[in-house]
Design a protein around this ligand. Structure first.
Ligand SMILES: *[C@@H]1O[C@H](CO)[C@@H](O)[C@H](O)[C@H]1NC(C)=O
Ligand SMILES: *[C@@H]1O[C@H](CO)[C@@H](O)[C@H](O)[C@H]1NC(C)=O
Ligand SMILES: *[C@@H]1O[C@H](CO)[C@@H](O)[C@H](O)[C@H]1NC(C)=O
Length: 420
């Protein structure tokens, strides 16, 4: 009895106190819930943008659970300053091939300071409705598909606890000198149908930026294996595209605790494409990561040299704690990308310094068996590359590591000349 009374008092005390504490903390944040027409033919974007304008300054914009909002035009986050975009329902891009052709993004985060895009329940879904766009692009490669979420010139943006599926093109892109961008606890999946396989559905393209983090995230690109087997396509090459890729201007990018299936891997590149270009990727970190069914688990892609291309610099990039499952290569460096004849390309003066492959394990696929790594460094450039605890086995037999033009002590025995 005494115990019960005490418990009741304690409960009353808590309940009595809680609302005022709650109110004093939360009341400052305005909340807007944009209305959805509930009709895939009616654009819900004007209502969402109006919510950013009225509640965006420090407030919360809520997409409630159980509702699907029709995204028939680009969602522009203008008006958001330290705002929260809480997605519990579904945001679905429309099937409108005419409208979306040439649009840069479905969700455009441009010049924003302070955005938290999240799902509290974990049920929020951003659906890129990609199938009609993959089919269109396969028939007409000039068709320009939007990136699903494009961040440019922004800072302090976090995107967390959400699911993204079937983008028309790349899932996430960050560039324009953005800084302090964190992607965490995301699930990305692009799934084939009987008639369409995802194309260029990179997980994360990290361009000109500092301090971009991708963590605790899974990325799946799935092909239609039945169809692929029938027409004898090379499944791993077709599965598109990079899982996380550092592009020109990326500095201090971290990708950690990533699981990736069916991709072109955790990559740097392509760099050095444009005439006179001076692309740089510096201070990157990848790992731990599990890489499954990828064309390569990790790698660097550089254009061949010559007057029509530029000079690339890759400096201080580490891949550490990488588990390889059925990937064609565990590691690959290409220095002849874009060449008509990759076995005899124009020598480049690209610089690779402080690149480390540390603590790799697992087994490669049968494709290049028994070669597990093909490291073709720039012929007239610099290549300071080290491999430590590189314990990847071949599909069968004694593994081979091919390498060319490495200037440093590689740390493993090189078993022949590299290519590509
Ligand atoms: C790694 O990420 C997964 C989600 O993909 C998460 O469940 C797990 O807790 C993370 N592990 C660590 C050590 O943070
Ligand atoms: C190398 O890059 C890593 C990962 O971004 C970073 O933590 C480290 O400080 C960099 N080292 C130097 C010497 O800048
Ligand atoms: C590599 O693995 C060893 C144990 O196998 C561990 O001691 C070391 O810290 C790891 N290095 C990195 C950079 O993860």
């Amino acid at each position: 009895m005494l115990f019960l009374r005490r418990a009741a008092t304690a409960t009353l005390f808590l309940y009595g106190l809680a609302p005022s504490v709650y109110a004093s903390v939360v009341a400052k944040r305005a909340t807007c819930t944009p209305a959805s027409a509930g009709n895939s033919g009616v654009d819900d974007v004007p209502a969402i943008e109006a919510a950013f304008k009225s509640c965006g300054n420090g407030g919360i914009i809520v997409i409630p659970a159980g509702k699907t909002y029709a995204i028939r035009s680009t969602v522009d986050f203008t008006g958001c300053v330290n705002c929260e975009f809480q997605v519990e329902g579904t945001l679905k891009m429309s099937e409108d091939l005419n409208f979306w052709n040439g649009q840069r993004a479905t969700f455009l985060i441009s010049g924003i300071t302070g955005l938290k895009m999240t799902s509290v329940t974990g049920g929020g879904l951003i659906d890129g409705n990609g199938v009609p766009y993959w089919i269109k692009f396969a028939a007409d490669s000039s068709y320009a598909r939007p990136t699903l979420v494009y961040i440019t010139g922004s800072k302090s943006v976090t995107i967390s606890n959400l699911r993204f599926k079937n983008p028309a093109n790349v899932f996430h892109s960050v560039t324009g000198g953005s800084t302090n961008i964190v992607y965490s606890n995301l699930r990305l999946d692009a799934t084939a149908t009987d008639t369409a396989t995802p194309k260029n559905t990179d997980g994360f393209d990290i361009g000109s930026s500092t301090y971009v983090t991708v963590r605790d995230t899974t990325i799946k690109n799935q092909a239609n294996f039945f169809y692929l087997t029938l027409i004898r396509f090379d499944a791993h090459t077709l599965l598109q595209d990079d899982c996380v890729v550092l592009k020109p201007g990326s500095n201090y990018a971290y990708a950690t605790n990533i699981t990736c299936s069916g991709s072109h891997g955790l990559s740097v590149g392509s760099l050095g494409k444009g005439q006179g270009s001076q692309d740089t990727v510096t201070n990157g970190w990848f790992g731990p990561a599990t890489m499954i069914d990828s064309a390569k688990a990790v790698g660097i892609k550089l254009y061949e040299g010559g007057s029509t291309h530029g000079v690339a610099t890759v400096s201080n990039v580490t891949w550490s704690d990488i588990k390889v499952q059925n990937c064609d290569y565990a590691a690959q460096i290409q220095s002849c990308y874009g060449a008509a004849d990759t076995s005899n390309c124009i020598a480049s003066t690209h610089s690779i310094t402080g690149v480390k492959f540390i603590n790799f394990s697992g087994t490669t696929s049968s494709k290049y068996n028994p070669t597990v790594a093909n490291l073709n460094c720039p012929k007239s450039g610099t290549c300071d590359l080290t491999m430590t605890n590189f314990n990847v086995n071949a599909y069968s037999g004694t593994r081979k590591i091919l390498c060319s033009n490495v200037d440093s002590a590689l740390g493993v025995t090189c078993n022949g000349a590299a290519s590509g």
